[in-house]
Ligand binder design. Structure first.
Ligand code: LLP
Length: 429
């Protein structure tokens, strides 16, 4: 469920017609719905609470959509933040998320990142390997602190989905095996720089079925029980992110209610604080990328291209993961569909959003929206081809605000400078 509906014949975000945003800000532009963000967070939280899973920490995965206004929207509802860099921790703090609700994840945390995380007092550092655990201990001791850690386990389950975003098999770079986790937990409990509070896993993203998650969670429960049986203190179980979303023409993924019920079933009787790191299921369907059709280009060989002003640098998911995004004209013509290849203007064939897509007939100047683009959209954008970084807009009710403006070309050029030996060269304007 989301808040992008047709209003008076044109697609709107909550009470704001997308056309009004395009006219005010130009295209391409990302548009996010506050109501959808809030709803997704609340539905998940309520489902977990309804299943008696206590007061879980829902640490929103900042990597999915790190705009400060998005983080504030979720932070105001009590969300924590799952972060993977100093930049993301700074964003979470800037959005008012308290440090104790921040989880610091990631495979290769550097010494300076760990120092920063410890100095600001993040609530949980998820360590992914033995060397990283020892580094965390050294850094903590140098600061006269103990690092609160959870050990990330790689449960060795196949989550299905795209290979590039599947993380839970033993040959992926993430986490340690169950036996290593037990050994490391004992070490950590006896280490002056470490305070192990729990274990964590994350088996991948866009997982639409519960079975692989359930398999992993049962194994994680077993681990908690073995650790506790060994006299170790385990108070938190972080179950990662990963529940998928419906990207239009696909089987409906498991709902938050199904997910919560599965966790209640697999964890029955286990007294523990649960943590979650959802990204996509909160943000994906809360955002669209709005673009303008530049022209329709028909080739004699029979292909018909709808060339947009948005490109792979603005939304890379189709090029990178063959991802499917529903494309909706803001004002759909009431006529038989036409088959298009929808492409951007960037100079490579990879800049193709879709091929052979049947859409209502399009004309130059039409606005189209890439649906479900709120997660892993703007955050993965770049200036490839020296195209300006795509702006972002947040809608609430009848209002909208530009929450990341489109930079100017001057902004873009000013970030760079000649090397000293080039100083005498005149730059031609
Ligand atoms: N926790 C950890 C440790 C993660 O690595 C991730 C995602 C999440 C949580 C959030 O997962 P989610 O709830 O969003 O599924 N760029 C890709 C997705 C990469 C996901 C990476 N890790 C895409 O566009 O599909």
């Amino acid at each position: 469920m989301n808040h992008f509906e047709v209003l008076d014949g044109e697609l709107a975000c909550e009470g704001v017609p997308l056309r009004a945003i395009a006219e005010a800000v130009g295209t391409p532009v990302y548009v996010y719905s506050s109501a959808t963000l809030e709803r997704h967070y609340t539905v998940l939280r309520d489902a977990l609470v309804a299943e008696g899973l206590g007061d879980p920490l829902i640490a929103y995965a900042v990597k999915a959509n790190s705009n400060l206004a998005v983080l504030r929207t979720l932070g105001n509802l009590g969300a924590g933040a799952d972060t993977v860099s100093i930049g993301e921790i700074k964003r979470a703090l800037a959005a008012g998320i308290p440090p104790e609700r921040i989880v610091f994840s990631g495979v290769g945390k550097s010494e300076s990142e760990l120092r920063f995380a410890l100095e600001v007092g993040v609530g949980e550092i998820n360590v992914e390997s033995e060397p990283e655990m020892h580094l965390a201990s050294r850094v903590a001791q140098s600061l006269g602190r103990r690092a609160t850690i959870a050990i990330r386990v790689n449960p060795d389950v196949s989550a299905g989905g795209h290979a590039k975003i599947s993380t839970g098999k033993a040959d992926n770079k993430f986490g340690v095996s169950f036996s290593e986790a037990e050994r490391l937990y004992v070490q950590a409990a006896n280490n002056a720089g470490l305070n192990p509070v729990g274990v964590t896993c994350h088996i991948g993203s866009q997982i639409t079925e519960l079975a692989p998650l359930e398999e992993a969670f049962i194994k994680m429960r077993g681990l908690v029980e073995r650790l506790r049986a060994g006299g170790l203190h385990v108070e938190r179980l972080d179950l990662g992110g990963g529940l998928g979303v419906p990207y239009f023409n696909m089987p409906t993924p498991a709902s938050p209610a199904d997910y919560a019920a599965m966790i209640a079933r697999t964890m029955k009787g286990l007294d523990i604080q649960f943590a979650f790191e959802p990204g996509r299921m909160i943000a994906a369907n809360a955002g669209v990328l709005l673009a303008t059709v530049q022209h329709i280009h028909e080739r004699p060989e029979g292909r018909r291209f709808a060339v947009l002003d948005a490109a792979m640098n603005d939304l890379i998911r189709p090029a990178m993961y063959d991802a499917y995004h529903d494309i909706r004209p803001v004002k759909a013509r009431d006529a038989a569909p036409v088959t298009y290849d929808v492409v951007g203007p960037v100079c490579e064939t990879g800049d193709t959003f879709t091929r052979d897509r049947d859409l209502p007939p399009l004309e130059a100047g039409d606005l189209v929206a890439f649906m479900s683009a709120g997660a892993y959209g703007a955050v993965m954008s770049s200036e490839y081809n020296s195209r300006l970084l795509v702006p972002e807009v947040l809608v609430k009710g009848d209002e909208f605000a530009v929450v990341r403006p489109r930079p100017t070309y001057e902004d873009m050029l000013e970030r760079e400078r000649p090397a000293p030996w080039q100083a005498l060269l005149k730059t031609r304007s």
